[in-house]
Design a protein around this ligand. Structure first.
Ligand code: CO
Length: 137
């Protein structure tokens, strides 16, 4: 179903401090920065090989990432797998009876189409399915 791991999402309290760690210390290239209102985050992507690290800072305490930070503190937030056709992938996971957060795709970072599978269906791993925008990788 999945092509590869597109990114690992990491929840952070201080975006600039986290960028410093990944960009300067780990020498990853920062390739994108965006406020994704629909997800309540300011997010950046850093390249690592063909995949990315997605750093997520909440826009407020009542956002999903804000609540995650309050409950669990900073750390790994989700795993994202890329697909060629998200509508087909969603139909497949729905046919398996998996509990979904998104039954239809929404717009994610960098013009991607994304949908989240509920952690209750995935052994507590918040799982994102992502169809990258044309031209993105
Ligand atoms: Co993500």
């Amino acid at each position: 179903m999945f092509n590869r791991i597109d990114h690992i999402g990491v929840a952070v309290e201080d975006l600039d401090a986290a960028i410093k760690l990944y960009e300067r210390s780990f020498e990853m290239e920062l390739v994108h920065r965006e406020t994704v209102e629909s997800q309540g985050v300011e997010a950046v992507l850093l390249d690592v090989g063909e995949g990315h690290i997605e750093l997520l800072a909440p826009l407020g305490p009542d956002t999903p990432v804000g609540k995650f930070l309050a409950k669990k503190g900073p750390g790994i937030h989700h795993v994202a797998y890329s697909v060629d056709d998200i509508d087909k992938a969603l139909a497949q996971v729905e046919a398996l009876g998996m509990k979904m957060i998104d039954r239809t795709p929404r717009t994610g970072i960098r013009g991607s189409r994304v949908a989240f599978v509920h952690p209750a269906a995935t052994g507590s791993v918040l799982t994102e399915i992502v169809q990258p925008a044309e031209g993105a990788h």
